[in-house]
Design a protein around this ligand. Structure first.
Ligand code: BES
Ligand code: ZN
Length: 406
């Protein structure tokens, strides 16, 4: 295969040859990808029919141009089948954006571990408030949101139902917070595809920002067709429902934060972290002070000995340790461990790439993950019909917000 030979033969220098003319089909396609170098080194890859042009290799990252959507699907396939990982990549409209992203993320990640302990105080001193607040989180309301979101035919970033589901979520968040004039709920529109992200903000006294987020889109099949049935109950109605519960409890218990708390339901994660990348880059560009990000992606499939698995790659170590002490202190009935995703597997990587501290508490160990994600069989039934597991993550997220806030 073209690109593999280029990588293997030419080594780590400039490898490109092809033209980078604008796409003829209207330049909204995200044809440039940034992915891990590991995908380009197996012998099996040589037999692929893929037409991928490698533009540049920078340390562990490869920047390449895909000509067709199917090739992005093929990358996912390759990653799953040969590298036993999912197909993590970031997608961009232009080569310049992809190159700039790699440069920025390498610069941002240098100072990253030091940064979080400068801006964040990880000591625990809100015991009464945390205990009182986490007792208000309810399984039934998390379950209700999972049921509603997974009832859309899909929540694909390009489909009408993917816009309708975000409209439903925005309306739901608005109704949960209607009694509070310090809370706003808005769409964050993205260029190039119709699905918006949804952001709710509880305005605090300071401009420091805490983010609790998860992706709201769903996908089925490597091709992610607009009409494929993709209930995405675990991936990621579960995380979005968990975010919703945190918002509900804080709004209804009358919590008034010192810092500004933002709740995010990202668009278009499944096609290259597009929504969160746009949002994290905007925060960076506007000079916002984001002091902590929690990503909730898949919270309801209970299939490991540990209740909670903290993802250690593309996340912030100091903040991950903080999560561990929150569980030990406030949820002592739970056990937790650590594992890696192996690649930029979800929206936390978008924040990490911009230099903000991000963590992802995950539902299982990686190798015990829900095997039905990205299929029409990712349903609540397959997760036992309740939101018991997700409830643990809502409590953890509530303790995270309150302790980081004060
Ligand atoms: N929820 C998954 C990520 C995930 C899967 C984490 C399994 C841990 C275990 C996410 O929605 C996803 O599917 N991500 C893509 C990568 C993305 C950059 C397109 C993946 O893993 O293939
Ligand atoms: Zn997914």
């Amino acid at each position: 295969m073209k690109f593999t030979q280029k990588v293997l033969v030419a080594g780590l220098s400039l490898l490109t040859i092809n033209s980078f003319a604008q796409d003829l089909n209207g330049n909204h396609e995200h044809n440039y990808i940034v992915t891990g170098k590991d995908l380009f080194t197996s012998t099996q890859s040589l037999h692929s029919e893929m037409q991928l042009d490698v533009i540049k290799v920078e340390k562990d990252l490869v920047i390449a141009k895909t000509k067709r959507m199917e090739e992005r699907a093929e990358i996912s396939h390759l990653a799953h089948e040969e590298h036993k990982r999912c197909g993590g990549y970031f997608a961009f409209q232009t080569k310049e954006e992809a190159l700039k992203f790699v440069k920025e993320s390498q610069e941002n990640m240098k100072g990253q571990q030091d940064y979080s302990s400068l801006v964040a105080d990880y000591t625990l001193n809100q015991e009464d408030l945390v205990r009182d607040t986490i007792s208000k989180a309810q399984e039934s309301s998390i379950r209700g949101v999972i049921e509603k979101m997974s009832s859309f035919h899909n929540r694909y970033y390009k489909s009408e139902t993917g816009v309708q589901s975000q409209q439903w979520l925005k309306d739901h968040w608005t109704s949960l917070t209607a009694h509070r004039n310090d809370i706003s709920v808005e769409f964050f529109n993205h260029s190039g595809f119709p699905q918006p992200s949804v952001i709710a903000t509880i305005k605090g006294k300071s401009d420091d920002i805490i983010v609790i987020g998860g992706h709201a889109d769903s996908i089925a099949g490597w091709w992610g067709r607009t009409n494929a049935h993709a209930p995405g109950a675990d991936d990621n109605a579960s995380g979005t429902a968990t975010v919703t519960e945190v918002l509900k409890v804080l709004a209804q218990s009358g919590y008034q934060p010192e810092k500004t708390i933002k709740f995010m339901a990202y668009a278009a994660e499944e096609v290259g972290l597009l929504g969160s990348k746009d949002i994290a880059q905007t925060h960076k560009r506007e000079g916002k002070s984001v002091v902590g990000v929690m990503q909730l992606d898949m919270t309801n499939f209970n299939n490991s000995n540990d209740d909670i698995t903290i993802i250690t790659d593309y996340t912030n170590e100091a903040q991950n340790n903080f999560l561990g002490s929150l569980i030990d202190t406030y949820l002592p009935e739970l056990t937790w461990g650590r594992d890696t995703c192996g690649y930029a597997c979800s929206d936390h990587a978008s924040w990490t790439a911009q230099g903000f501290p991000a963590s992802t508490p995950f539902e299982t160990r990686k190798r015990e993950m829900n095997g039905r994600i990205h299929t029409s069989r990712d349903t609540l039934d397959y997760m036992g019909g309740t939101a018991d597991h997700a409830l643990k993550f809502a409590k953890l997220a509530l303790s995270f917000v309150i302790e980081l806030d004060r």
